[in-house]
Design a protein. Structure first.
Length: 235
């Protein structure tokens, strides 16, 4: 018997769909009944996480996500996943509300880098909210690694890709993203951690994960979700 997984989605919507697709594609299954059971709340109206963290909005997403966690817990989920990195800032509220474990996209992504053992400096690409909250910086340092973040101009590029392109349903400038990564690597980064699930969407569509310089947080979360739910990863 596999575990029922609760997903607080909609943050953002396309990233959640990408996550679900990855879970299906990554599961070793020969028929419907061998796939992961999930309850998905595609709650797109959750207030913007970055805007709240940066003080640009007084709409707190934490209580909304906590309420969603309670709804999922009432449905009997064994654990909760949130396919959004910036939302990690509110994880404690979700944990307290759900009463079940929350599989952390941030902790799992950093653990994957540490497991590979090939990187000492991690270039972090994420929303300005994620960076301002120190979400990945703290996790990377806790793993005994170093981090680099884009300069102001490159961070503006990253935010434009996330908000003006992916979230807006427009084509992403893959070359611009690769340029940001190239400059982080030139500054000493061994890997580029895609710490925003909208960037994961770009990586998935453009086939960037064939490049070993990239570690995608959403891909790692999908893999860990499959295993945590009691299933086997497809070879």
């Amino acid at each position: 018997m596999s575990d029922l997984v609760g997903v607080i989605g909609g943050v953002g919507p396309q990233a959640t769909v990408c996550f679900l697709d990855k879970v299906v594609r990554l599961t070793s299954a020969g028929r419907d009944q061998e796939h992961v059971d999930l309850v998905v709340l595609q709650h797109s109206s959750i207030p913007d996480r970055t805007a709240f963290i940066l003080g640009e909005s007084d709409e707190d997403p934490g209580p909304v996500m906590a309420a969603d966690a309670r709804r999922l817990s009432a449905l009997g989920v064994a654990f909760v996943v949130v396919p959004c990195n910036t939302a990690h800032h509110f994880t404690q509220q979700v944990v307290e509300a759900a009463g079940v474990p929350v599989l952390s996209i941030v902790e799992e992504a950093v653990a994957e880098i540490d497991r590979r053992g090939t990187a000492r400096k991690v270039g972090v690409l994420a929303t300005s909210g994620t960076l301002a909250a120190g979400v990945y910086q703290h996790a990377v340092e806790a793993a005994g690694l170093e981090y680099l973040v884009p300069d102001e101009a490159d961070q503006a590029t990253v935010m434009a890709i996330i908000y003006d392109q992916v979230k807006a349903g427009r084509p992403a400038d893959v070359a611009a993203l690769q340029g940001v990564v190239d400059r982080l690597v030139a500054r000493g980064a061994d890997v580029a951690l895609l710490g925003c699930t909208e960037l994961s969407v770009v990586a998935d569509e453009a086939g960037l994960l064939a490049d070993p310089r990239y570690v995608d947080s959403l891909d790692v979360l999908a893999r860990r979700t499959v295993v945590r739910a009691g299933h086997t990863l497809r070879d």
